[in-house]
Design a protein around this ligand. Structure first.
Ligand SMILES: *Cc1c(COP(=O)(O)O)cnc(C)c1O
Length: 341
């Protein structure tokens, strides 16, 4: 029985569900893991995660397809990315096959929370891992917990995706050779002030530039950029070793080339080039693509020709094709869809 939830009025917030997956790392190995009821975690006041932010995470969604299956989108890539994040923070890696199994178990155990097809809502899954034993001298923890909880979330855009306005940030997100390319809470902690300030100034998001030269576009706090060339034939997306490798962005690159016949350029993108592009979007699991209508650089406005009313035509095609693949309306490339039910 589907839960008594008003799917169409869900926001993007936390709703506790019945079960979560937990596995503990102790004495150099992971235990079997289990689904448990307790949504709370008890740990030492000196846990490494609390003192030194030794924690990494992932984010993916489960949803109901047009023909009534429950599926996840490319969970193997989340598993692989978590491994990369763990290595960078000296954490044990969680086996990739076990990760995908745990995703499946978590969705199965909370199947009544998977929103119905057509509601626009999805079940958001949050895998994460953290150092749990007491650590006071700076070093990695010896014991870790891996968890996956899930929460139903509403359609990211209620009443359609209106283009947003973003500003160029005065603070940097990630240093060259830093941790910008891993999915770690530490990258988000430093962005909180910038995002609150952006909102206070009337902007939806921050555009971060490369910290070394401040001439190249990196990303926002939680989404990669895509741009469309003036002639509408090219998708251009920034390349840098301090950008988080978005699974949505990597999937859109394939969709652009294989489904829409666009040329894809994954390369350094200079801020000065923005004025030459026709469309701009932010991509990530939460919204798939958020269209950007305007970028403001200290009072100087760059307005994309697609305007402030609707998603640009190429962005719309990318969005419709990728969401069509996810929802089972368009045939997916081999291995992209993990069927759970
Ligand atoms: C999670 C994240 C993204 C989006 O990645 P997806 O895999 O597409 O959800 C982009 N940038 C940052 C900094 C992120 O943490």
């Amino acid at each position: 029985m589907s839960k008594n939830i008003d799917w169409s009025n869900l926001g993007f917030g936390y709703i506790q569900t019945d079960k979560r997956f937990v596995s503990n790392f102790k004495d150099g190995k992971w235990d079997e893991g289990a689904l448990i009821d307790d949504a709370n975690i008890t740990m030492s006041e000196c846990a490494c995660v609390l003192q030194y932010a030794q924690t990494v995470f992932e984010g993916l969604k489960a949803y109901t397809t047009e023909d009534g299956h429950v599926v996840c989108f490319r969970p193997d890539l989340n598993a692989a990315r978590l491994v990369d994040s763990c290595k960078r923070l000296e954490m044990p890696t969680f086996p990739e096959d076990k990760f995908v199994e745990a995703v499946v178990k978590t969705v199965e155990a909370n199947i009544d929370y998977v929103p119905p097809y057509g509601s626009g809502a999805t079940l958001y899954l949050r895998p994460y891992m953290f150092g749990i034993n007491p650590v006071i001298g700076v070093k990695p923890a010896e014991e870790y917990q891996f968890r996956i909880f899930c929460t139903p979330v509403g359609p990211y855009f209620k009443g359609g995706a209106k283009p947003i306005t973003i500003r160029v940030s005065d603070v940097d997100r990630a240093a060259p050779h830093g941790t910008g390319d891993i999915k770690a809470g530490l990258n988000y902690a430093m962005s909180l002030h910038a995002i609150v300030d952006a909102h206070n100034q009337g902007y939806d998001e921050n555009m971060y530039l490369d910290a070394a030269t401040r001439t190249k576009v990196e990303e926002t706090g939680g989404a990669n950029f895509i741009f469309i060339s003036a002639d509408g034939k090219k998708l251009i997306t920034p390349k840098s070793n301090s950008i988080l490798p978005s699974i949505t962005r990597r999937s859109l690159m394939v969709v652009a080339e294989k489904y829409l016949g666009l040329t894809v350029e994954h390369r350094e993108v200079f801020f000065d080039e923005l004025k030459d592009f026709s469309e701009c979007g932010l991509c990530g699991t939460a919204a798939v693509i958020s269209p950007v209508g305007k970028v403001v650089d200290h009072g100087k406005e760059i307005c994309f020709p697609a305007g402030m009313e609707d998603m640009g035509p190429v962005t719309k095609k990318l969005y419709d094709t990728l969401t069509g693949i996810q929802m089972g309306r368009i045939e997916a490339p081999e291995g992209w869809i993990k069927t759970i039910k």
